[in-house]
Design a protein around this ligand. Structure first.
Ligand SMILES: Cc1cc2nc3c(=O)[nH]c(=O)nc-3n(C[C@H](O)[C@H](O)[C@H](O)COP(=O)(O)OP(=O)(O)OC[C@H]3O[C@@H](n4cnc5c(N)ncnc54)[C@H](O)[C@@H]3O)c2cc1C
Length: 244
């Protein structure tokens, strides 16, 4: 709200709508279509972000913010002295598991395979951490609670055996996807759909810039995204001025 007020104070107009289609092919001014209107824009900064992948199991949506989290850096603090499970086996899952041991009493990593996908150094650090333990070949089938998370129902994918594990928090790190579907074929993207930008946040189309998580799968923080947005805005301003 404070950020919105500050932006409006400097002349920004904020519209709550969803972009459904863009036409970047004919150059500036670009056509931006939303559900309710079509806009013409001399320049564009795309900041549609990225979303964490959800498990899609019962209880997950219900307990988001009440024990279910997709960000250890953001929510780890609330689990001081508590037991948590981490779902996933990649770099993010290991980085966040190690981070969570600063607060949590115990971190149990539940992974659907019998080995991690994370890099060797991260694996070594995770295995060496006394607070972290591993539950292999196992998937979470349900998140259970009573107002707040109390545990997870899990199934061993090799034996089919099901069991209940008590926990205070469920941290899910099974990947992110950029919200770039509406830009497919319009801007250059990598194989995961992240928009490719250079160091000045320029995309493959002159006059179209991108900032934040839609082009940054690495940092994924408010401070870095805001900084990138400021950088992209400054570059777009220069680009517009050079055309006058
Ligand atoms: C649960 C959670 C908690 C977090 N807590 C923290 C924290 O404490 N500290 C921290 O540093 N980081 C935190 N993060 C990460 C932080 O939120 C992101 O790094 C940051 O918000 C990314 O900024 P962004 O502008 O790239 O994307 P976002 O903030 O995700 O903004 C993208 C916006 O674009 C909109 N959008 C998407 N598609 C369209 C479309 N087609 N048309 C119009 N609008 C569209 C979305 O609705 C959204 O409003 C958290 C993330 C999550 C998921």
């Amino acid at each position: 709200e404070v950020m919105q007020k500050q932006a409006e104070h400097f002349g920004a107009r904020i519209v709550f709508d969803e972009v459904t289609e863009v036409d970047f092919a004919s150059g500036s001014p670009f056509r931006i279509k939303t559900y309710s209107k079509e806009y013409l824009a001399d320049g564009v900064v795309v900041t549609a972000g990225a979303s964490p992948r959800h498990l899609g199991v019962p209880g997950e949506e219900e307990y988001i913010g009440r024990g279910v989290s997709y960000c250890g850096t953001c929510d780890g603090f609330f689990f001081r002295g508590k037991d948590v499970v981490v779902v996933g086996g990649g770099d993010s899952a290991m980085e966040e598991s190690i981070f969570l041991t600063k607060f949590a009493n115990k971190v149990e990593v539940i992974h659907r395979r019998d080995e991690l996908r994370a890099g060797a150094v991260l694996q070594k650090r995770a295995f060496a951490n006394e607070k972290i333990s591993f539950v292999w070949d196992t998937v979470v089938e349900e998140i259970v609670g009573n107002g707040v998370v109390q545990g997870v129902k899990v199934r061993n994918v090799k034996t089919g055996e099901t069991s209940f594990r008590k926990t205070d928090g469920v941290f899910i790190f099974i990947g992110h996807y950029p919200n770039s579907k509406f830009l497919e074929g319009k801007l250059a993207m990598d194989e995961e759909g992240y928009i490719i930008t250079d160091e000045l946040y320029r995309t493959s189309v002159p006059g179209v810039y991108a900032a934040g998580e839609i082009q940054d799968a690495h940092f994924r923080q408010i401070a870095t995204s805001v900084g990138q947005g400021a950088g992209a805005g400054m570059e777009l301003e220069k680009w517009l001025a050079a055309r006058e």
